[in-house]
Write a protein that binds this ligand. Structure first.
Ligand SMILES: *Cc1c(COP(=O)(O)O)cnc(C)c1O
Length: 359
């Protein structure tokens, strides 16, 4: 008998992660591929996080602290809230799923940008909800149009800030205007995976809304500037009421013990964050200049990646770059996204792109 699968699940397309380096090296028979596809920190994890892992390994026979007390306590202190405002996730990805599971019933709606982090749409559809996609305007979230898209069935509204894949931000004034219009029954999700890279002074204070007890959650992660993507640890800061509901659907040991321990150490390693941010800033300027020399004009970015129109079929360029040992992301049509890497990686990328475009 054929399996019975709901059409909302059967119609999903599995998330395509950035190609792993080892896989490309095997395929090409080379040993020095460069991965600039998943917005990871090219400088590696915080040395302080690395140092605590071997010690933490001694207690791997024990279940993790399901309450995540030390890490939640440190995060609460950092953000000037109480620990019951903080929830940990197996990556912030997981918290997106928990939000959908807790608050979105079949037929309910979630408002999001049309070109944004694909996990929102995937989770909403898997929960038999409707993803209401609002077109970006000049590659930025169109918050007035997103507010217009809210209906009585809307439960969640996602603002990815900076937006992945475009790197653009929305300002504090734009968010204030949104928050003045969004009805109480909607939870506004600020996905701030790249906030540590932002340089604009206009960046909104999402935690300020949480502290005013608005229905807001800020999602943060240790996967990006903290360099711990492989460990899977992220968190949300929101009202105790919302963490209370999220905890009802949270798997009890979702944040593993190594991740909790390493995140705690990484949080205290301000030097690693500062150096990573500085290198990103300098190297982004270099990559931007290199692309400019090829006649390409990336969208201004507040994150650790650049989004650009390559002027021809993006998939073909993406594949030609793979054959040069350079992994980037093809987003759609002519648009590519490249993560800012180490200086030598960025140079490899620019040389490879120059070669590919000369053909
Ligand atoms: C990378 C990323 C995340 C973080 O995912 P984790 O599950 O914490 O690794 C979340 N949101 C966006 C927009 C991202 O790009």
């Amino acid at each position: 008998m054929p399996l019975k699968v709901h059409k909302d699940i059967a119609s999903l397309v599995p998330y395509a992660p950035g190609k792993p380096i080892e896989e490309l090296e095997r395929e090409l028979g080379i040993a020095c591929a460069v991965k600039l596809a998943s917005n990871e920190n090219p400088r590696g994890p915080s040395p302080k996080a690395r140092a605590v892992l071997s010690e933490a390994a001694h207690t791997l026979n024990r279940y993790p602290d399901g309450g995540g007390h030390r890490l939640r306590g440190a995060l609460a202190e950092r953000w000037k809230v109480t620990p019951d405002h903080v929830i940990l996730g197996n990556g912030s990805d997981e918290i997106i799923g928990l939000l959908v599971r807790a608050f979105l019933s079949p037929g309910d709606e979630a408002v999001m940008a049309d070109q944004t982090f694909p996990i929102y749409r995937m989770e909403v559809r898997a929960a038999h909800g409707a993803a209401v996609e609002v077109p970006l305007k000049d590659w930025r979230h169109d918050l007035p149009a997103m507010a217009d898209a809210v209906t009585a069935r809307t439960r969640l509204l996602f603002v990815c800030n900076p937006n992945n894949p475009t790197g653009t931000i929305v300002s504090a004034a734009e968010v204030d205007a949104l928050m003045a219009r969004v009805p109480e029954q909607v939870i506004v999700v600020f996905d701030e995976a790249y906030c540590e890279y932002v340089r604009s002074r206009d960046f909104p204070d999402s935690l300020g809304f949480v502290k005013q007890n608005r229905h807001v959650i800020a999602l943060r992660t240790f996967s990006k500037i903290y360099g711990l993507a492989g460990l899977r640890i992220g968190y949300g800061v929101t009202t105790p009421e919302i963490t209370g509901y999220l905890n009802r659907v949270r798997p009890p040991f979702n944040a593993n013990s190594l991740a909790q321990r390493a995140a705690l150490a990484a949080l205290e390693d301000e030097e690693h964050v500062v150096l990573s941010r500085a290198m990103n800033q300098a190297e982004m300027a270099a990559v931007r200049a290199g692309l400019g020399a090829l006649g390409l004009h990336p969208v201004p970015s507040d994150a650790n990646f650049l989004f650009f129109d390559v002027g021809r079929d993006g998939r073909a360029v993406f594949e030609a770059l793979l054959r040069e040992g350079v992994i980037v992301r093809h987003i759609a049509g002519r648009m590519l996204r490249v993560t800012i890497g180490l200086p030598e990686e960025n140079e490899r990328f620019l040389q490879a792109l120059k070669k590919v475009l000369a053909k």
